[in-house]
Ligand binder design. Sequence first.
Ligand code: HXC
Length: 264
Amino acid sequence: MESPFKPDILKGRVALVTGGSSGIGFEIARQLGLHGAKVAISGRRQDVLDSAVGSLKSDGITAMGLQGDVRSAAACEGWVATIASAWGGPLDVLVNCAAGNFLATAEELTVNGFKTVMEIDAVGTFTMSRAAFPALRRSSAAGGPAIVNISATLQYGATWWQAHASAAKAAVDSLTRSLALEWGEFGVRVNGVAPGPIGGTAGMAKLAPGAREVVGASIPLRSEMGRTWDIAMAVLFLASPAAAFVSGDTLVVDGANWMWRPQL
Ligand code: HXC
């Protein structure tokens, strides 16, 4: 898909995308890179990370892989330090995309299962943002440094077998507003993107295996699932100077899906 944005809108920026080695995170990283940013991606699996970095490089993008887990503050702090020593200077864009999920009924979900998803999605977003804040503050990017938190629409109402992920993503949306409020005076913008069902992702493969057409048919726009590209375009806008006065908002990118109900 061709981008509607100028290819240099993020020229010279340094970006970090957690969970950037596959799915939505990878396409976000790729599009940030194709629009001029140097891109670091984090992920837990070294082989997947290596392959993703190779793919970004083959697109002509300056990229590095950072192995580790957003549940570790030391890992997050280490990534920021590694980026600074490799590419010098501040961080301009942070995309918190790392997430974990599975389907489980509330009665079968263990306390540790609930905590695990909270720790990856919600605590991980805070841990990474906190670790990156000093480097983000030092950014002199036009339009200001930007954090973009990837959440979901699961939590707007309630979603079957998603008590853990819904709680976690609601916390992410809340954090987006709190950090936007407190970090505005430092020029750091904090926004979110809430994807609906997106085809070809681990999330959909796990949560709705084989249901691509059924899920797609319920989506008002296009009657099909979104693309990772759709999410990446929203992130590009929020990371770019076009969103210089936008902070504390979460942009829903779901083809008008979450509010849809079947006609009776
Ligand atoms: C029930 C499960 C489970 C499952 C794990 N657990 N998988 N419970 N059903 N399928 C429980 C375990 O039993 C354990 O609890 C606890 O969760 C921790 O499991 P671990 O395997 O030790 O954790 P870990 O290795 O850290 O794995 C984390 C993970 C994993 C979340 C379980 O699947 C993961 O990280 N996946 C990442 C990729 C992913 O799913 N991305 C999609 C995100 S989609 P006990 O009590 O037994 O110790 C998304 C939005 C979706 O976020 C929006 C869709 C519209």
